[in-house]
Design a binder for this molecule. Structure first.
Ligand code: PLP
Length: 389
């Protein structure tokens, strides 16, 4: 068989399983309302939790910086791509997270791959929550360390596994807020276990930063975890901060070691300096404008109350990520299509992104939504419940 014949076969299998993925092309900026194929849709699937992806001051910061710094960074940070804007952003992110230092990566995926494989190798051990983001899991595999997955948020399972490990270096890695479920990792318990067993702890706070904590400091702020308790903190700039890129925050030694040993840091082009300038502005706005977090939390409460009122399936999540678990992939797709017909955009998340039998609508709320927008969402969900089995 030719390559194309093999691929055709794989593609049709995927289609038959209800797992085929397709892109929709936007002809507008991100926001509560987006334009797709000539239609205005109410958007409940982006990670733009604070409504900053199209903020005029952030766009202006990017424009101003590109007037003087141009577009391309020219090279990796270590060659000649590290500019004043990158330096400034690292300092701002260190301050935001209350860490001595921070280091920029081009994406969160690369940060997770690069950190784990820089810190661990053969003979070491990594323990990960089963529902961790793919980039943490892939980082663990790439590192060559012994890999264990513990049951989601199950501290007893983690403790049992830690007890069985010997003297090797051990890293526990978890999402701070789980990306498909919206629930939080039980970090105080995990910190205690890490201390008891001399394990290192890494938290990916892609969905907590900006949204959680009085000034958007994320899970480390709400649980009061400094870098002694939580030594490796990773965050992204493409979600609540509405930009792109990612960072790791921690001690002087951690950051210097990553600069030396992290291959996804060393062998890639630095982010455009103008993007770093935009992210500086975004971090500033996210910290200062706590009304965005307050409004987001009010919307979350309003939505959850409505679910309860109308007897719609709800989840335990109290964050901006509100999954509606429907089970079967085809069913999730049908609900998503029905919503689309009504002008409401919600993605159907299916395996392998989530475990089999837990296909869902991944509904995300944003500070850019109004209460009326949430009413429209609820109306759409009720229509689905009536019309789609
Ligand atoms: C989105 C995400 C990432 C990847 O970040 P990118 O900057 O988009 O590559 C990593 N971890 C989690 C938990 C995420 O949700």
């Amino acid at each position: 068989m030719t390559l194309n014949q093999i691929l055709r076969q794989r593609l049709s299998q995927r289609r038959e399983a209800g797992l085929y993925r397709q892109r929709r092309t936007l002809s507008s900026a991100q926001g509560a309302h987006v334009s797709v194929a000539g239609k205005i849709l109410l958007n409940f699937c982006s990670n733009d939790y604070l409504g900053l992806a199209n903020h005029p001051d952030i766009a202006q910061a990017m424009n101003l910086a590109s007037d003087s710094y141009g577009v391309g960074s020219g090279a990796s940070h270590l060659v000649c791509g590290h500019s004043l804007w990158h330096q400034q952003l690292e300092q701002d992110l260190a301050r935001l997270t209350g860490r001595p230092r921070a280091l920029l990566f081009s994406t969160g995926y690369m940060a997770n791959m690069g950190v784990i494989s820089a810190l661990l190798g053969k003979g070491d051990c990594i323990l990960q929550d089963r529902l961790n983001h793919a980039s943490l899991l892939d980082g663990g595999l790439l590192s060559g360390a012994r890999f264990q997955r513990f049951t989601h948020n199950n501290v007893d399972d983690l403790a049992r596994r830690l007890e069985r490990l010997g003297q090797s270096n051990k890293l526990i890695a978890v999402d701070g807020v789980f990306s498909m479920d919206g629930d939080l990792a039980p970090l105080p318990d995990i910190v205690r276990l890490a201390e008891q067993h001399d394990a290192w702890l890494m938290v990916d706070d892609a969905h907590g930063l900006g949204c959680l904590g009085d000034s958007g400091g994320g899970v480390s702020q709400i649980f009061g975890l400094d870098d002694a308790k939580l030594p490796i903190l990773m965050g992204t700039l493409g979600k609540a901060f509405g930009c792109a890129g990612a960072f790791v925050a921690g001690s002087e030694e951690l950051i210097e070691a990553l600069i030396q040993f992290s291959r996804t840091y060393i062998y890639t082009t630095a982010l455009p300096p103008a993007l770093a300038a935009a992210a500086c502005k975004s971090v500033q706005i996210a910290q200062a404008e706590s009304w965005r977090r307050d409004h987001l939390n009010a919307l979350i409460g309003y939505y959850r109350k409505a679910l309860e009122h109308f007897g719609l399936p709800s989840s335990a999540s109290k964050t901006a990520i509100q999954p509606m678990i429907l089970g079967d992939s085809q069913r999730a797709l049908k609900w998503s299509h029905q919503l689309y017909e009504l002008g409401v955009w919600v993605g159907a998340i299916r395996p392998p992104t989530v475990p089999a039998g837990t296909s869902r609508l991944r509904i995300t709320l944003s500070a850019s939504h109004s209460f009326a927008d949430v009413d429209s969402l609820i109306h759409g969900l009720l229509e689905c419940q009536k019309k789609v089995k």
